[in-house]
Ligand binder design. Structure first.
Ligand code: NAP
Length: 355
């Protein structure tokens, strides 16, 4: 409980990890706009210009407190979560989607720049793969544990963990023609052998979160979004938005396949919905619209013929289909794909991303 607003309404404090990121920024915006919450947001560097949009949000001056925290530093995480009734654990490293071996594969800034010189016999691809393991797995898994432990210590009433359909869909044992629902989990060993480190990081983090909940009684609910696109609040282009930017700029090879999309504003609404609905429990797939990437490009060309558009393509396997029936049963609604795509491009244009 954190005091009363101007109208005498009692507000509770909620924590949001990685507050400056794409998804978390919209969640912070929604939490502040509701007027019901004081938000404790964690960022790794409060002074970084990429987090400046947070302080400019309506209500931020009175109701947003930013804390410097790294997921791997328990004390910093615990200091941010102290005094919170609820926590949204959103932060996790999200790499760009360029293949391992591509010099751009580590969109993540490496804390181990000397690693290649220690292993001169390893190929570039192997070094990239090692780096991705280190950079993804520890913050995702140990980071989630740190957040949950801090939540127990602070007697937080509910934790909403942002997972991903990446923790659902890498499952060769699931019947091919069956829509995937919350019962489907990515196969940890299969992720490992196929070096699918992002999917492994999200799967292990979510499994660990529910295991921790079972052991301690902490109320943990997870939300598993598909590819999140939509307008940017932050000034930098995050990995999932870059997939649409690539379709419009033509700088990178674009993967042609059936993809599942969801609007970032609808994800923020889903997070708030599962937090505020007492009977919510377990995992919730959060997916809105499946589209062939070729159809998305055709739509973009039709709307914006003047842009360069992608010219290099590679055909890959379609994604499976997902059911968000469980989330819809809580009252979740989502936008049309056309609205999401139109608003994404409008926001990229306004931010000068397509220049
Ligand atoms: P994003 O904009 O890159 O945000 C990721 C956030 O995690 C950033 O705020 C980043 O902080 C923070 N972070 C990373 N490592 C950290 C560490 N060691 N300590 C503290 N903070 C750390 O990506 P996003 O798309 O919003 O993703 C947010 C969440 O949604 C992630 O859990 C992701 O797995 C999940 N998700 C995303 C999608 C999608 O398509 N975008 C789909 C499904 C699930 P810095 O700014 O300091 O780097």
């Amino acid at each position: 409980m954190e005091g009363a607003g101007a109208a005498g309404r009692t507000r509770t404090a909620v924590g949001v990890t990685g507050a400056g990121g794409f998804v978390a920024s919209w969640l912070v915006e929604r939490l502040l706009a509701s007027g019901r919450y004081v938000v404790h947001g964690t960022v790794r560097d409060p002074g970084d210009a990429k987090n400046a949009h947070l302080a400019a949000m309506d209500g931020a001056a009175d109701r947003l407190r930013l804390f410097r925290a790294d997921l791997l530093d328990y004390g910093s995480v615990a200091a941010a979560i102290a005094g919170c009734d609820g926590v949204f654990h959103v932060a996790s490293p999200v790499p760009s989607t360029y293949p391992v071996g591509d010099p751009e594969a580590t969109h993540l800034s490496s804390p181990f720049p000397l690693l290649p010189s220690f292993f001169p016999r390893l190929s570039h691809a192997s070094v990239q793969s090692l780096l991705l393991q280190v950079e993804l797995l520890a913050p995702a898994v140990k980071g989630t544990m740190n957040v949950l432990k801090a939540c127990s210590e602070a007697k937080v009433k509910r934790v909403v963990v942002v997972s991903s359909v990446s923790a659902v869909m890498v499952n060769p044992g699931w019947p091919q023609d069956e829509v995937m629902d919350e019962a489907c989990w990515s196969d940890v060993e299969f992720c490992r052998t196929t070096q699918n480190w992002y999917c492994l990081s999200k799967t292990l983090a979510e499994l660990e979160a529910f295991d921790y909940a079972k052991r301690t009684g902490l109320d943990v609910v997870s939300v598993c979004p598909s590819l999140v696109i939509g307008p940017l609040l932050q000034s930098t282009v995050n990995a999932s938005s870059s997939i649409i930017v690539d379709c419009l700029k033509g700088d990178h090879e674009v993967k042609l396949k059936l993809r599942n999309f969801v609007d970032v504003r609808d994800v923020a609404d889903a997070l708030l919905l599962v937090y505020e609905t007492p009977e919510a429990s377990g995992r919730y797939i959060c997916d809105a619209n499946a589209r062939q990437v070729s159809d998305v490009i055709a739509l973009l060309k039709n709307w914006h013929p003047a842009y360069n558009h992608a010219t290099k393509f590679v055909q890959v396997s379609d994604e499976p289909l997902f059911s968000s029936k469980k989330l819809k049963a809580l009252g979740w609604k989502f936008r049309t794909f056309e609205e999401t795509l139109r608003d994404s491009v409008e926001s990229f244009t306004a931010a000068g991303v397509l220049d």
